[in-house]
Write a protein that binds this ligand. Structure first.
Ligand code: TYD
Length: 212
């Protein structure tokens, strides 16, 4: 991370992967890694991260809302994101902080664009509006088979509306990540089937190599 010349602008690092890929554990470890090196770190999650975005999150993930239309869902994710971008992400980056965001635009491209079959370009378009010029500096994708992810989730908690999407939906999410995210710029793929500490080492190695 040394030697950058970006006028003290911070960094936005987003962490992606299927449900149960271990993103939150890795975010905690990465936060500690950066804190130990003197960086100020902001961690946040999507959907959520602001009062308004957390309310939108409740609406989206509520199992009672099973009739929610796919376009409505995609727009709600984008609305939640737009609030997070202006209220949290842009100010933190402007202040030179490192922002670690649990999920971001790639989730919408995969879950709504690909798995819900709304069209990746359509979802990209509404998200460009929501992002208002902001782009992630780096996306770390934790790659695991969807069966393993959902199995882990079942053991942790009651599944939400998206997690309850069924095997076919999760299979599509997995394929979406392979096809969409793996072909995009600024994305690093990390093997999420390894032990927690090994995954953390792989992430740190990537960050050190990229010298972002
Ligand atoms: P997440 O917070 O990762 O779930 P958990 O509470 O289990 O950690 O994400 C909530 C769900 O929302 C998850 O199933 C993925 C889905 N999602 C989308 O479908 N589109 C999006 O744009 C985002 C950010 C999440």
């Amino acid at each position: 991370m040394e030697g950058n010349n970006r006028n003290n602008r911070g960094y936005l690092i987003t962490i992606e992967g299927p449900d149960g890929s271990g993103k939150s554990t890795q975010i905690e470890l990465l936060k500690k890694y950066f804190n130990d090196r003197g960086y100020e770190v902001v961690t946040t999650r999507e959907p959520g991260g602001t009062k308004i975005s957390e309310k939108i999150r409740e609406l989206i993930l509520d199992n009672d809302n099973e009739e929610m239309n796919g376009i409505c869902e995609a727009l709600l994710y984008a609305a939640s994101r737009a609030q997070l971008v202006e209220q949290v992400l842009k100010p933190a980056i402007y202040e030179g902080k490192i922002v670690l965001c649990d999920r971001f635009v790639h989730s919408s491209l995969v879950y709504q664009g690909y798995a819900r079959e709304l069209g990746v370009n359509q979802v990209l378009n509404i998200n460009e509006f929501a992002l208002n010029g902001l782009k992630a500096d780096l996306t770390i994708m934790i790659d695991i088979p969807y069966e393993l992810g959902i199995e882990r989730k079942r053991k942790q908690k009651k599944l939400d509306r998206l997690e309850n999407g069924g095997d076919e939906f999760h299979n599509k999410v997995f394929n979406g990540y392979q096809q969409i995210v793996k072909t995009m710029k600024n994305v690093v793929i990390i093997d999420g089937t390894k032990a927690v500490e090994e995954i953390h080492k792989d992430i740190v190695k990537t960050i050190a190599e990229l010298n972002i």
